[in-house]
Design a protein around this ligand. Structure first.
Ligand code: ATP
Length: 324
């Protein structure tokens, strides 16, 4: 291998810049060339490449977003699109690829490898933590801290006005952000897709809280939770069935995807970038780098995509005890 390309794809996540920086500097360390691909697979198809050396990634370890930009690319889902992308890579002299993204990005990378025998390594970059083969995905820790900070602020105003707040957090089909931010911010209830609480039990529980003397409450709702069709329908139901609370909704939204990465995410990004490049040098392909029990690991991409839920049952139990 002489020239590695790196790109960010799918939803952005804090720490992606730090991961690109790490890939670039590890290439420099091993005297390999490195190019960045702008806008994910879109840029690969269009040949939108930029040479990157160690100095060109200065000052970005603390920056949210991704300076390479990210995109969703329909053309890469077709064999024709991937053929054009491969032609561009060959033309640019690139012979290996590091992709930073989520399961969609990894699926695209697997197709690309299968069709052209092109070496690929994935770095899990998504705030949702919905990928197995790593304790944490890149950006998840930052998103969690952003969510906790926001919930703390909402609690201040909830308390002042004796309000019940439903706070919706991101996480797509998994409840990692909701469960951890909920426990961390001391929420009264936490609704996650992995555990169906049922709307009746929620109302009963809030009723009990009210009777026990609580005048304000925070319910953290994962965006993928199915108990109400939406957090607004949940609010309407509770409004209609629970006396004495002024009920409000706050959807945290995309603020959770932005911001300066936490130290944890910066360090994780640095470690993952090194592991990704050195795995390619060792001739490995079709793996995702991750950390399990703080040790760097490689998991077949296929397994990372199809992985089982890794929600922490012990933490669910802790949350039940804490919300008593
Ligand atoms: P996030 O988890 O943040 O959404 P992601 O990587 O899963 O990130 P997607 O939009 O699902 O985000 O995928 C990113 C890109 O990967 C897509 O826009 C597409 O170009 C490519 N991709 C996804 N699925 C496939 C597929 N089945 N075949 C080829 N390419 C794919």
């Amino acid at each position: 291998i002489t020239k590695i390309a790196v790109m960010t794809s799918g939803g952005d996540a804090p720490g992606m810049n730090a991961a690109v920086r790490s890939v670039v500097r590890t290439c420099a360390y091993h005297e390999l060339e490195c190019v960045g691909i702008h806008r994910g697979y879109d840029g690969m198809i269009e040949g939108d490449f930029i040479p990157l050396d160690a100095r060109s990634v200065r000052g970005i370890i603390n920056k949210g977003g991704t300076f390479l930009k990210s995109a969703r690319c329909e053309r890469f889902r077709t064999t024709d699109g991937r053929q054009i992308a491969h032609n561009q890579m060959v033309k640019a002299g690139v012979d290996a690829l590091v992709v930073i993204g989520g399961d969609g990005t990894f699926t695209g990378a697997l197709h690309f490898n299968a069709e052209f025998d092109f070496p690929v390594i994935g770095i899990p970059g998504t705030i949702d933590n919905d990928i197995s083969g790593t304790d944490r995905t890149l950006g998840y820790d930052t998103a969690l801290n952003t969510a906790v900070d926001a919930i703390d602020k909402i609690r201040d105003t909830a308390h002042s006005h004796d309000r019940l707040f439903f706070v919706e957090v991101m996480g797509r089909d998994v409840g990692h952000i909701a469960l951890n931010a909920g426990v961390g911010a001391g929420a009264e209830e936490i609704l996650i897709p992995e555990e169906d609480m049922g709307i009746e039990r929620l109302v009963e529980s809030l009723q009990r809280s009210k009777i026990s003397g609580k005048s304000s409450s925070i319910v953290v709702v994962a965006e993928g939770d199915k108990i109400g069709k939406s957090v607004f329908e949940l609010k309407d139901y509770v409004d209609d069935n629970l006396e004495g609370y002024d009920v409000r909704v706050s959807v945290l939204g995309h603020m959770q995807r932005g911001g300066s990465p936490t130290c944890y995410d910066r360090v994780l990004a640095s470690r993952m970038g090194v592991k990704a490049v050195e795995s390619l040098i060792e001739g490995k392909s079709n793996y995702m780098v991750g950390t399990i029990h703080d040790t760097m690991t490689l998991t077949p991409l296929e397994q990372a995509i199809k992985g089982e839920s890794k929600i922490n049952k012990e933490l669910i139990r802790v949350s039940e005890i804490m919300t008593t």
